[in-house]
Ligand binder design. Structure first.
Ligand SMILES: *Cc1c(COP(=O)(O)O)cnc(C)c1O
Length: 472
C-alpha cells in the first residue's frame, strides 16, 4: 500500500536512489574532467514535459543521464566567469537531508530554525556586528539589498512609509561608479528610483570621498533627502574595495545609513592577512549583504543580510495576520520568526548547506581557500604582465584579474579578439573567462571563486589565451 505519492516499491526506490547518489558522487569526483559544454539539441528537446508519470526508477536514470551532465560548468577548476561559486561536497549531503526534512523556515519552533540562527550568529561574529543585530538568509545579495535598503528607508521616513508610500520625499543614495546593478534594481523596486542613486567616481582605492561629500551637499541644497551610502566590498568588474572606515565616518557625520555590498568580497574577512584588511571597518556598517553561494562555495542559492538595528529591520518587514500568530508553546512558538525579517513567508532550508560547510571544513579551511584564490589571481596577473603583448586593465587587488590579450591591436580590434577568445575557450572547454568593458576595451575577466583552481590551471588557462591569440 502506498500513501499518496510515496514510492510504490520502496526497495526499488532505494536501489534507484543509491544508483543516483553514485552518479552524483562520480560527477563530483570527476569535476576536473567536466567543463561546461553546450546542451545538445536532442537533450533540450527531451526536457519537454508531455505526459510524465514514468516512475521514480526512470526518473533516477533520466536525472543521471539527461540532467546531471549539463550544468553551468562552474564545478570545473578552470571556470573563472562572472562570479560563480564552485559548490562543495558537503552540499551533496546537506541538500539530501534538506529535501528529506522539507522544513519551512518561515518561522515556528523546530530544528531547522535553530540551524539558521546558528548560521546567522556565526556570521554576525565574523563581521563584528553586535549580538543585537538581526539577519536572515535569502536567495542572494540582490534580495539582501532590497531588504537592507527597505530598512534604511524606514529609518529615514518612519514606519508609516509602508502604508502611505514615499509620497513627495526624494531619497538619494550614493555608491561608487562600479556599484553592482543589484543596488539600482533594489532602489527601483522600492520606488526610490535608480535616478536617485549617485555614481561617485572611484579609483583603485574605492570611492572618492571628496566627491561623495560634494554630492551629498548638492542634493541637500536641492531639497532631496540623502539617506544611504552603499559601500562596495569587492566590485564585480575589478574586485575593488571601498575604504569602509572612511565611509562609516561620513555616514555617521551625515546621518546616513551605511550599507555594504559585500556579495563575494566580504568573505576576505576570514582569509587572514593581508586580504582581511580589505574590509577593515565592515563592522561599522548598518547593513551588509553578501552571498554564501559565491566565495563561500556553498551550492546555489544562498545569500545573507545582516542589519545592525534589529528594530529597523523588523519595522520594515514584520506583519503577521492572526492565522500566523505566535504562541508561547508548541510548534507555533519560537522567536524570531524569519518571515518577520524579509519578503518571504515560506522559506526553504538554505541554512543547512552553510552550517554543513562550516561543520565539515570550518572557517579556517574556507578562509584558506579564499586566500588561495587571491594568490591565483595574483599569479594570473604576473603571467599576464610577463607576456609581451598582454596587459592588465587594472591592478589585481583581490580575486579578479582583468586583461587584454593583444595590445598591438587598436581598441576595437582588442575588444573583438578578447570576445572571440572568451567564446572559443568556453566552447573548447579549456577555460571560462567572461568579459567586461574597461576604458573602452572589452577585456577578458577572471573572477576566481573556485576552490579547485590550482596553479597549473592558471598557467594552462593563460597559455590557452596566448595560443588562441597567436592562432587568430
Ligand atoms: C553577484 C553580485 C551581486 C548580486 O548578488 P546575487 O547573489 O547574484 O543576487 C551584487 N553585488 C555584487 C558585488 C556581486 O558580485
Amino acid at each position: 500500500m502506498t500513501d499518496g505519492l510515496d514510492p510504490e516499491d520502496p526497495a526499488a526506490f532505494r536501489r534507484a536512489a543509491h544508483a543516483l547518489l553514485d552518479a552524483c558522487l562520480d560527477r563530483l569526483e570527476g569535476a576536473r574532467d567536466y567543463p561546461w559544454q553546450s546542451v545538445p539539441e536532442a537533450v533540450k528537446a527531451g526536457y519537454r514535459l508531455d505526459g510524465g508519470g514514468q516512475g521514480e526508477t526512470t526518473l533516477a536514470q533520466r536525472l543521471a543521464a539527461d540532467v546531471l551532465p549539463h550544468g553551468t560548468g562552474n564545478t570545473h577548476p578552470r571556470f573563472f566567469g562572472w562570479v560563480h561559486g564552485t559548490g562543495l561536497a558537503s552540499g551533496l549531503m546537506s541538500e539530501m537531508v534538506a529535501a528529506t526534512m522539507n522544513a519551512n523556515l518561515g518561522g515556528r519552533d523546530h530544528g531547522a530554525i535553530y540551524v539558521e540562527r546558528a548560521v546567522i550568529d556565526w556570521s554576525r561574529g565574523v563581521f563584528g556586528f553586535p549580538e543585537t543585530a538581526s539577519g536572515v538568509l535569502v536567495t542572494g545579495t540582490s534580495q539582501a539589498t532590497v531588504i537592507a535598503l527597505a530598512a534604511a528607508r524606514v529609518r529615514a521616513l518612519g514606519q508609516q512609509v509602508r502604508k502611505t508610500g514615499q509620497g513627495a520625499a526624494r531619497l538619494t543614495a550614493y555608491a561608487g561608479a562600479g556599484v553592482h546593478n543589484a543596488t539600482k534594481k533594489a532602489l527601483e523596486l522600492l520606488g526610490i528610483g535608480s535616478d536617485n542613486l549617485r555614481a561617485i567616481p572611484e579609483t583603485d582605492a574605492g570611492m572618492d570621498t571628496g566627491a561623495l561629500h560634494a554630492a551629498i551637499a548638492a542634493d541637500r541644497a536641492a531639497g532631496a533627502m540623502p539617506f544611504a551610502v552603499i559601500g562596495t566590498a569587492g566590485s564585480v568588474d575589478l574586485g575593488r574595495f571601498d575604504d569602509l572606515n572612511a565611509l562609516a565616518d561620513i555616514a555617521r557625520d551625515e546621518g546616513l545609513w551605511l550599507h555594504v555590498d559585500g556579495a563575494f568580497g566580504a568573505w576576505v574577512r576570514i582569509a587572514g592577512a593581508p586580504w582581511s584588511g580589505l574590509v577593515t571597518g565592515i563592522d561599522r556598517a548598518d547593513s551588509l549583504a553578501c552571498d554564501f553561494h559565491k566565495w563561500m562555495y556553498v551550492p546555489y542559492d544562498c545569500g545573507l543580510v545582516l542589519i545592525r538595528d534589529e528594530a529597523a529591520h523588523r519595522a520594515a518587514f514584520a506583519a503577521r495576520p492572526s492565522y500566523l500568530e505566535g504562541q508561547d508553546r508548541g510548534l507555533a512558538g519560537g522567536d524570531p520568526w524569519y518571515c518577520d525579517y524579509g519578503v518571504d513567508l515560506s522559506r526553504g532550508n538554505r541554512a543547512l548547506k552553510v552550517w554543513s560547510a562550516l561543520v565539515a571544513y570550518g572557517p579556517e579551511r574556507l578562509g584558506a581557500a579564499i586566500a588561495d584564490n587571491c594568490a591565483r589571481a595574483a599569479q594570473m596577473g604576473d603571467l599576464v604582465a610577463a607576456d609581451p603583448h598582454m596587459r592588465l586593465m587594472a591592478p589585481v587587488v583581490s580575486n579578479l584579474c582583468v586583461f587584454t590579450a593583444d595590445t598591438r591591436l587598436p581598441a576595437d580590434g582588442q575588444s573583438a579578439l578578447n570576445t572571440a577568445i572568451a567564446q572559443d575557450l568556453q566552447l573548447s572547454g579549456d577555460a571560462v573567462f567572461s568579459t567586461v568593458t574597461i576604458d573602452g576595451i572589452t577585456a577578458l575577466r577572471a573572477a576566481i571563486t573556485n576552490h579547485r583552481t590550482r596553479p597549473e590551471d592558471v598557467v594552462q588557462a593563460i597559455t590557452a589565451v596566448a595560443h588562441a591569440r597567436d592562432a587568430g
